[in-house]
Design a protein around this ligand. Structure first.
Ligand code: ADP
Ligand code: MG
Length: 648
C-alpha cells in the first residue's frame, strides 16, 4: 500500500475528541484530515476522495446525520463508508435513523481504540479492494474492446483471404509435410480439371510433371503443370512454407502462363525479327559507310588523277602570278620540255628567261592586253631551253586564281616538230617539183646526147686521129647518158614490185650517180668484195634499195667536209649479204648514236633527219637489217644486211 493514499476524514466539533481519534488512528499509511463542523466536512469531501469518514453525531448547526445525508446525496461520494461516533445514551430509534441516512457503522463513546482501529482498517481495506476492482474492471473493459477490434479485423481478413482465394485466377493449394493436399481454391477446376473434393487428401504431385520436393521455396519457378486429362501446360509456381500450430504446411500458388509463354514467344519472334531488321539496317549502314569511304577514296583518287593529269599532260603547264613574272608552278612535262633536271630549276625563274629575246616585246604587249582584259588568242613564240636549245612553242594563257592570288595558267605546246614537218613538206614539194623538172630536162638532154655521140663516132671515122680524144669524148658522153638514165629511173613513180636485182649492177650505178658529188667534196668511193658478186642476186625493189644506198653515201659525204674515203665492202654471211659503207668522217658521239634514225633527228642545218629512218624501214621491208657503228673522230660504218636468193 502506498503511503498517504488513503484519506480518512475525522469530523467532530470538539478538538479533544479529534485529537483522541488522531492518536488512535495515526499511521504512516493514512492521511488524517480533521473537520470541526459538518460544513467543513462537506468542503473536504468536495476536495478529496476519502476511504472512510468518522463523523460525530451531535454537532451544532449541521449535525452528523444531516452532514451524512448530504454526502450521500452526492453521486461521487454516495458510497463512502461513514462511521458515526455516538454516546451510549443514543436511542435505538436514533441509531436506526443513522443507518437510514447512510451510516455504515456505529462506534459508541467512549471509544475503544482497538475496535476503532480494527473497524477503520477494515473499511480502508474494503476501500482499497474496491478501488482495485474498479481499476481491474477498467483494464478488463479496455482489453475486451481491444479483443473485439482484433477479432473484427481477423474476421475481415479471413473474409478477404477467402475472397482472394476464391476469386483468384491462380490455383492456391496447401499441403502438409507428407505432401497431402489440405485445401485448394476453386481456380483449380478451370486450370487442372479437378473438382475441389477430388483433390483433398491426394498427393500434391498429381498436379505436376515433376516432384514438388525439387521446387525451391519462396521463388517464382517456371515449370510444367499436369491436367486431369494428362495434358501439360506451362506454369509458374511459388512455394512457401509456414508453421500453423506447430504443424508445418506448404502453400503453393500456381499460375497458368500459357498466354504469357505465347506472348513471350511472340515477343521473342518479334525480337528475332527486329534483330534481323537491325542486322539488315546495320549491314546497310556498313554498306553506306563503305560507299562513302569509296566515294571519298575516289575523290582523293580523282584529285590524284587530276594532279597526274596536270603533271603528265602532253602540254607544258606553267603558272605565274599576275603581279610578278616569276614562275610559281611547272608540271613534269614542262621540266622535260625545258631540259631541266627538276622543277626547282624552273620555279622562281622569270618568264623572260625562257622567252627568246626576239619575242620579248611581243610577250610584253600580250601581257598588257591580258591585264586590260582583252582576249588573247593562242600564239606562237620561241623558248630557250635550259641547255640552250631553241624550241618552237604555241602558247595559250588563261587567267585564274591560284593560292588566293591572281595568276596566269600558261599552256605551252611544243610545235618544233610540226614546224619542221611543215618545212620538210615544203622542201619535199620543192624537190619533187625540181625532180619532175629534172626528169623533163633529162629527156631533153638525152636526145641531143644521142646525136652528139653519133657525130663524135662519125668524126672518129673520118679523121681517125691518134690522139684518142674522140674515145674520151665518147666515153664521157656515155657516162652522161648513164647518169641521166639513172635520174630518170629514180624520178619515175615507185612501183613496189619485187624483182631479182643484181647487186653488182646496183652498186655500180649508185657509185656512178654519187661520184660527181663525191668528187666535188674530195671524197673517193671504192668497192671491196670478200667474194665475187657477179652472180649475186637479191629479191627487192631496185629503186628503193638504190634510194637507201644513195642516202647512206650522201650522209658519208656530208660527214667528210674536207675530203675522205668511202669503202663499200660486201661479205657473204650464210644466206645473207652484208654491205658495209665505211667512211673516214667525223663520226657520231656515242650519246647521240641511239637517236640516229629517229624521225627528224638531224645535226645538219639543212638536214631533214628522215634519211636513215626511211632507209631503215625500206631495209626492214626487205627482211633485212640496218645498223650504224661509229667512232667519234674516226668514222662511221653503216651496215646493211640483205637476204640473197637461195637459188644461187
Ligand atoms: P639528215 O642527213 O637529213 O641529217 P639522216 O637520217 O640521213 O638525216 O641522218 C641523221 C643524222 O645522222 C645526221 O644528221 C648525222 O648527224 C648522223 N649521221 C648519219 N650518217 C652519218 C655519218 N656517216 N657520219 C656521221 N654522222 C652521220
Ligand atoms: Mg641524210
Amino acid at each position: 500500500m502506498e503511503g498517504k493514499e488513503v484519506n480518512i476524514l475525522l469530523v467532530d466539533d470538539r478538538p479533544e475528541n479529534l485529537l483522541a481519534l488522531e492518536a488512535v488512528l495515526n499511521s504512516p499509511d493514512y492521511c488524517l484530515i480533521q473537520a470541526n463542523s459538518g460544513m467543513e466536512a462537506l468542503k473536504w469531501v468536495l476536495k478529496k476522495e476519502f476511504a472512510v469518514i468518522l463523523m460525530d453525531v451531535q454537532m451544532p448547526e449541521l449535525n452528523g446525520f444531516e452532514t451524512a445525508k448530504m454526502i450521500r446525496e452526492r453521486e461521487k461520494t454516495k458510497d463512502v463508508p461513514i462511521i458515526f461516533n455516538t454516546a451510549l445514551s443514543q436511542t435505538l430509534e436514533n441509531i436506526l435513523y443513522g443507518y437510514s441516512v447512510g451510516a455504515i457503522d456505529y462506534i459508541l463513546k467512549p471509544v475503544d481504540p482497538i475496535i476503532l482501529k480494527c473497524k477503520v482498517d477494515g473499511f480502508v481495506s474494503m476501500y482499497l479492494h474496491k478501488k482495485k476492482v474498479i481499476e481491474q474492471n477498467a483494464v478488463i473493459s479496455m482489453r475486451t474492446k481491444e479483443l473485439e477490434t482484433v477479432s473484427a479485423e481477423l474476421r475481415k481478413r479471413e473474409a478477404m483471404a477467402r475472397a482472394v482465394g476464391e476469386t483468384s485466377i491462380d490455383t492456391i493449394v496447401s499441403f502438409n509435410e507428407a505432401g497431402e493436399i489440405l485445401s485448394v481454391n476453386p481456380a483449380v477446376t478451370s486450370m487442372f480439371g479437378y473438382s475441389n473434393h477430388e483433390l483433398i487428401g491426394e498427393r500434391v504431385d498429381i498436379l505436376f510433371e515433376f516432384s514438388i520436393d525439387d521446387v525451391p521455396k519462396r521463388a517464382n519457378v517456371d515449370t510444367i503443370g499436369l491436367r486431369k486429362n494428362k495434358s501439360v501446360f506451362p506454369i509458374e509456381i511459388h512455394l512457401a512454407d509456414a508453421a500453423v500450430e506447430n504443424e508445418k504446411i506448404y502453400v503453393c500458388t500456381i499460375r497458368d502462363i500459357t498466354e504469357r509463354k505465347q506472348y513471350f514467344d511472340q515477343l521473342e519472334g518479334l525480337v528475332v525479327e527486329r534483330t534481323k531488321e537491325l542486322y539488315k539496317m546495320n549491314k546497310n549502314l556498313h554498306r553506306e559507310i563503305d560507299e562513302k569511304k569509296a566515294t571519298l577514296k575516289k575523290l582523293y583518287e580523282s584529285e590524284e588523277k587530276y594532279r597526274l593529269l596536270v603533271e603528265k599532260a602532253p602540254e607544258t603547264i606553267i603558272v605565274r602570278k599576275v603581279k610578278s613574272d616569276k614562275i610559281t608552278f611547272i608540271n613534269e612535262t614542262g621540266v622535260q620540255l625545258l631540259k631541266a633536271k627538276s622543277k626547282d630549276d624552273i620555279i622562281g625563274m622569270s618568264m623572260y628567261d625562257l622567252i627568246h629575246t626576239s619575242y620579248h616585246d611581243r610577250a610584253k604587249r600580250i601581257f598588257r592586253d591580258l591585264q586590260e582584259g582583252l582576249p588573247v588568242l593562242p600564239y606562237e613564240e620561241k623558248f630557250i631551253c635550259l641547255n640552250g636549245e631553241i624550241i618552237d612553242i604555241q602558247v595559250k594563257i588563261i587567267p585564274f586564281v591560284y593560292g588566293g592570288e591572281e595568276s596566269l595558267h600558261i599552256v605551252i605546246r611544243d610545235i618544233t616538230e610540226i614546224k619542221r614537218n611543215q618545212e620538210f613538206i615544203q622542201q619535199t614539194e620543192k624537190l619533187s617539183v625540181v625532180g619532175e623538172l629534172a626528169a623533163g630536162i633529162a629527156h631533153e638532154i638525152r636526145n641531143p646526147l644521142t646525136s652528139l655521140k653519133g657525130f663524135t663516132q662519125l668524126l672518129d671515122h673520118e679523121f681517125s686521129t691518134e690522139s684518142g680524144y674522140v674515145d674520151i669524148m665518147i666515153s664521157e658522153i656515155e657516162r652522161i647518158n648513164t647518169i641521166v638514165g639513172e635520174l630518170l629511173l629514180l624520178a619515175k613513180p615507185t612501183q613496189d614490185e619485187f624483182r631479182q636485182v643484181c647487186l653488182e649492177d646496183l652498186l655500180e650505178n649508185v657509185q656512178m650517180l654519187m661520184s660527181a658529188q663525191a668528187n666535188l667534196h674530195g671524197v673517193v668511193i671504192e668497192q671491196s668484195h670478200a667474194q665475187p658478186i657477179q652472180h649475186l642476186r637479191f629479191n627487192g625493189v631496185e629503186n628503193k634499195i638504190k634510194q637507201v644506198f644513195i642516202n647512206i653515201i650522201k650522209n658519208a659525204i656530208e660527214a667528210m667536209e674536207s675530203g675522205g674515203k668511202i669503202t663499200l665492202e660486201t661479205t657473204k654471211v650464210d644466206s645473207n649479204i652484208l654491205i658495209a659503207f665505211h667512211d673516214t668522217g667525223s663520226g657520231i658521239p656515242s650519246h647521240v648514236l641511239h637517236k640516229i634514225g629517229n624521225p627528224f633527228y638531224t645535226t645538219k642545218e639543212k638536214g631533214t633527219g628522215l634519211g636513215l629512218m626511211i632507209s631503215k624501214s625500206i631495209i626492214e621491208s626487205h627482211e633485212g637489217e640496218l645498223r650504224i657503228n661509229s667512232v667519234l673522230g674516226e668514222g662511221t660504218t653503216v651496215e646493211v644486211l640483205l637476204p640473197v636468193c637461195e637459188s644461187l
